[in-house]
Design a protein around this ligand. Structure first.
Ligand SMILES: [Zn+2]
Ligand SMILES: [Zn+2]
Length: 235
């Protein structure tokens, strides 16, 4: 009897053959992000506010963090959400280009190795179930899983749940509005993160309101520390 390979596998091979990786930004063949576009990435470099991770002269708490006591202990991002990274995140999120998760997580891994932050377990920021059904996958979970393999940390992917769908944030909304929209949006299903140093993983951090709301839920179940690592940051 001849065993035929599953049709999905054949399809995958055909797709790789017909559509080899192309740079998401300039279209050059060979890689998802070519060497020249990689050089154009805009990194976020110190001095940073130790809490929210935004550039801050002197590396002291920024005015926003002085005024407002966040739940999250720290947020860091390797890149500004601009140019090539913006295009890459768009492809990962909306164009079903899941294969991008590996190279993007590679950069998160490099950043993690050279920037100390407490982490014993990774937790991707979840999508609301309705959004997950529409998209078919959670891009933050893809990043967390690839990163977990690279830095050898476990991923708690189903502990944190998003109970409240959050309206798409208008670019004009203030940080207070964003915090209000997302407050109480998350819950922890169990106490697996109790006593743990949790590192939340997301693709993009805008105001930090989402990471902070997720951190509140994780802290409520007794996590020791909660930090957030997002691939890119709107500044
Ligand atoms: Zn390119
Ligand atoms: Zn700050």
């Amino acid at each position: 009897m001849v065993v035929l390979p599953p049709i999905a596998k054949l399809k995958g091979l055909a797709l790789d053959f017909l559509f080899p990786p192309r740079c998401v930004s300039c279209g050059r063949g060979g890689d998802f992000i070519c060497a020249s576009c990689r050089r154009s990435l805009i990194r976020i470099t110190p001095p940073l506010c130790p809490r929210c991770g935004l550039p801050q002269p002197g590396g002291v708490l920024c005015p926003g963090c002085l005024r407002w006591q966040a739940e999250i202990d720290g947020i860091r991002s390797p890149f500004r959400f601009e140019g090539v990274i913006r295009q890459a995140v768009h492809q990962l999120k909306y164009q079903n280009l899941r294969a991008l998760a590996a190279p993007l997580a590679g950069w998160l891994g490099e950043y993690f190795q050279s920037n100390a932050m407490p982490a014993e377990v990774l937790a991707p920021v979840p999508l609301h179930p309705k959004r997950l059904r529409e998209r078919g996958y959670n891009q933050a979970k893809l990043l967390a899983e690839e990163l977990g393999r690279l830095i050898n940390l476990p991923v708690a992917a189903d502990c944190l749940i998003r109970e409240k769908p959050t309206p798409p944030q208008a670019r004009s909304s203030t940080v207070e509005e964003r915090r209000r929209n997302v407050a109480g949006a998350f819950a922890c299903r169990d106490r697996r993160l109790e006593g743990q140093q949790v590192l939340l993983i997301d693709d993009v951090c805008t105001s930090g309101a989402t990471l902070n709301a997720a951190a509140a839920a994780v802290k409520a179940t007794g996590a020791a520390t909660v930090w957030g690592l997002a691939l890119a940051r709107e500044i």
